[in-house]
Write a protein that binds this ligand. Structure first.
Ligand code: SAM
Length: 239
């Protein structure tokens, strides 16, 4: 039996996003274009010049740590996972999936580079929790990274969007927070909820309330039918 050597890495940056909890974050990047993130270089990498030339790329790879899904070193490695896409009841090998639960808790997301400002980047289409440690940043290279004839039978097509409606009160609340935060609240809620965040195997009771924290607000919704969402309230969070 061969054991791997161990290496130590430290984050080069952190990312600020609207997502204060894992629930309702899109399951892959690019699914919610209104999901903006601010990448902030950390010391000793926060120096002018680190991003020189990056303005020539439209998209970048973020290599990051799933810091809220770190493996427990005292337990045997978990090599079989149940991807939500497969209904949550079929087990496959972790390396066949993009599961957050993986041996080194490393993730990768391709995001759009919107702006560069010194040691900060603005990116869109993120699927990352606020405060996620970024281990590396690399430019997307279309001639190599874009493979038109590639396939993946476990994740062949993007999920069908779920219909999202709003009560007039919730929409008005969201617009007020939008003006206060200068953030695309309505658009982001629409894009995240149309991915239907609840587990695929769950049949929601029509009066069951679901909720998620984005920025400093709490968004609440229910499922009048299993295939449709009604946003009911957009309130400030307590904290
Ligand atoms: N695109 C990445 C990849 O393929 O490696 C991430 C895919 S993973 C399925 C996306 C999910 O990870 C999000 O929906 C969210 O629930 C979760 N997530 C995002 N940031 C996280 C973090 N820092 N720690 C733990 N889970 C996180």
């Amino acid at each position: 039996m061969k054991f791997a050597m161990s290496y130590s890495v430290s984050p080069v940056a952190t990312i600020h996003t609207p997502f204060k909890e894992k629930f309702a974050i899109p399951r892959q990047p690019g699914l919610a274009r209104a999901a903006l993130g601010q990448v902030e270089l950390l010391s000793p990498y926060d120096q002018d010049g680190a991003f020189n030339g990056l303005e020539q790329s439209s998209h970048i790879w973020l290599i990051f740590l799933f810091h809220k899904a770190m493996p427990d070193g005292n337990q045997a490695p978990r090599l079989l996972v149940r991807p939500p896409r497969l209904g949550g009841n079929q087990k496959v090998g972790v390396f066949a999936t993009r599961s957050t639960h993986r041996p080194n808790a490393i993730g990768q997301s391709l995001v759009k580079l919107e702006a560069i400002d010194g040691t900060h980047l603005t990116v869109s289409g993120v699927d990352l929790l606020d405060g996620t440690p970024i281990l590396d940043i690399k430019p997307y290279v279309p001639y190599s990274d874009c493979l038109p004839d590639a396939w993946n039978q476990l994740a062949s097509d993007a999920p069908e969007p779920t219909d999202v409606q709003w009560t007039p009160e919730a929409l008005e609340q969201a617009r007020q927070h939008q003006d206060r935060l200068h953030q695309p609240v309505v658009e982001l809620v629409n894009q995240c909820l149309s991915q239907d965040p609840k587990p695929a195997y769950q049949v929601p009771a029509p009066d069951r309330i679901y909720g998620v924290r984005l920025w400093d607000i709490n968004v609440q919704w229910r499922y009048p039918t299993p295939a449709s969402i009604l946003v009911q309230a957009v309130d400030p969070t307590d904290s």
